[in-house]
Design a binder for this molecule. Sequence first.
Ligand code: FES
Length: 142
Amino acid sequence: MERKEFIKKFAYAGSILLTAPVIFSACSDGDEDLVPDDPNEPGNDLTIDLSSSAYADLGTIGGSVYENDIMIFRTSESSYLALSKICTHQGCTVAYSHENGDVLCPCHASRFSTSGNVLNGPATTSLKKYNVQKDGDILTIS
Ligand code: FES
């Protein structure tokens, strides 16, 4: 290898080593911003005011709404449930069916119970289930 070629390769390798940390750092910061707050973390409870028109669909048994990455649905006069809306197969948004008493993914037809358990694949992992407490018109999801 000639001296000129060696210097050229050395400069190229050096520039990669100097820029790599900046590139990886930028990627890391961006990913963190896309992750929503987890209601299971202390201080991150999700509060739903049922008197708000934004949640009018929860006024009807069988109704559902999406808030952040959570699907909240009403299964009876006094029962509300909350599951992750993100299908564990490939991330599509699931939907509650009151008529069938289940949660269906429209992408590849995975079916989940209202507890989030897999009834039919291709998904193999349950949907995350959240605790729901009702106090007057306020639902607290944690
Ligand atoms: S993304 Fe839901 S079944 Fe494939």
